[in-house]
Design a protein around this ligand. Structure first.
Ligand code: AMP
Length: 395
């Protein structure tokens, strides 16, 4: 892997309005990135296999092809001044191949680190930041040895490709381990994995950091509530001690510096009862838990991403109001649409996805408020999200 400084040698100076930003991936994150970019005067192209995908609806052009289609990535690079991506599972080699055609201010090390949970944990630890204890495990013998050190309960995750809890198993006892073995014996094999100690967290949180390669700014630490392993709500800001807020801010800056970050990076955190802040994982892009910034901050995570990859200076964002963000999944589309007209306080974002599916992220709603607890209760009282049980009630 080349060093980070080599990776970023090719960084663009300053991108002028009128230039074209090519986005790999055309979902809601690309859409909101594209909207920010267009407000700033950039042109936007998107590569996505679905014609008229959420990003294409607000972009100047779309290349309809699979994300890993090298010819399509080449075409996008030819038509763009800068390339970026809305998700981390992009072929880093394919991007490296077109770096002479378009600038890639984020580099590809950021992708290579965040695509692999072992590389990611190592990078985080190397930058003075705590994670759960972990071991790389590639077969059952290594899993046994790792369990001897880490003990139950532990979480077994695939090194790559997992998201929203996919590809992970909580191991609480030998019985759970036997189930994993049985799965392997049935032909499931043993994909390269990581075993992590189970963190007894007080709550989950996240922090966004944005940069332009040399200067970095952080957004406030926020609290995240998941249901069925999918983000349900974000409460901004999280109610935390000054110590926790400071630790989150400092670790975000350390990681951003380590990556020579250009654009926005999301850091998912566990906050413990003893005010420890432990990093769970990184997302090298804007993040669902940062959508509140659109209304609640002086500029949002997408603006910051675009400014960062354009090599523009960044100002420390201000939180203008506390906020609650709730996701609208496929099953929430109908119930929320019935109520939208009666809720002028709802800032509704519809991602324009043609196909409504259960658990698919279709949109989100942000409410600015002086009383986040009351707003959470008011939202839940609508009944729109009644299908989602609290995580603890499920366990
Ligand atoms: P991930 O895909 O790594 O973000 O994990 C999905 C969810 O699983 C997280 O949001 C946590 O709720 C839970 N989780 C993941 N890793 C751990 C861990 N080491 N200890 C406790 N809970 C975890």
């Amino acid at each position: 892997m080349p060093s980070l400084s080599e990776e970023t040698n090719g960084r663009i100076e300053r991108l002028m309005p009128g230039s074209t930003i090519g986005i790999i991936g055309g979902g809601q994150l690309g859409r909101m990135m594209a909207l920010s970019a267009r407000y700033m005067g950039f042109r936007v192209g998107v590569l996505d296999p679905t014609p008229d995908c959420p990003t294409a609806q607000v972009a100047d052009f779309q290349i309809v092809a699979e994300y890993d289609d090298k010819t399509a990535i080449h075409d996008l690079a030819v038509k763009s001044d800068v390339l970026t991506y809305e998700f981390e599972n992009v072929d880093a080699d394919a991007i490296d191949e077109v770096r002479g055609l378009a600038a890639v201010p984020q580099g590809t090390d950021l992708l290579r680190v965040t695509q692999d949970r072992v590389n990611e944990k190592q990078f985080i630890n190397d930058h003075g930041t705590a994670t759960a204890p972990w071991r790389a495990v590639n077969n059952f013998d290594e899993l046994d040895a790792a369990l001897d050190e880490i003990h139950y309960p532990a979480v077994l995750k695939t090194r790559s490709g997992g998201y929203d809890g996919h590809g992970q198993t909580v191991l609480r006892s030998d019985a759970d381990l036997e189930q994993v073995r049985a799965r392997g014996d049935r032909g499931g094999g043993f994909p390269p994995s990581i075993l992590e100690g189970f963190v007894d967290f007080a709550f989950e949180a996240s922090i966004l950091v944005s940069g332009n390669g040399t200067d970095f700014v952080t957004f406030p630490i926020v609290r995240n509530e998941h249901r069925n392993n999918i983000l349900h709500m974000t409460i901004a800001p999280a109610t935390v001690s000054e110590t926790v807020a400071r630790k989150a801010h400092e670790l975000a800056l350390r990681l951003a510096k380590g990556f020579e970050l250009a654009g926005t990076l999301a850091i998912e955190l566990f906050v413990t009862k003893d005010d420890d802040v432990i990093v769970n994982e990184l997302a090298p892009r804007p993040h669902n838990s940062g959508h509140y910034t659109i209304e609640a901050c002086s500029f949002d995570q997408f603006d910051a991403h675009v400014r960062g990859i354009a090599g523009w200076p960044l100002e420390q964002p201000k939180l203008l109001s506390p906020a609650v963000m709730v996701n609208v999944l496929g099953q929430h589309v109908e119930p929320t649409r019935v109520l939208i007209a009666d809720h002028p306080e709802w800032n509704v974002h519809d991602y324009g996805k043609a196909e409504v599916r259960h658990d698919r992220k279709m949109g989100h709603i942000t409410v600015l408020t002086d009383d986040t607890a009351k707003t959470v209760a008011d939202l839940e009282a609508t009944g729109c999200w009644d299908d989602l049980q609290p995580q603890s009630a499920k366990a």
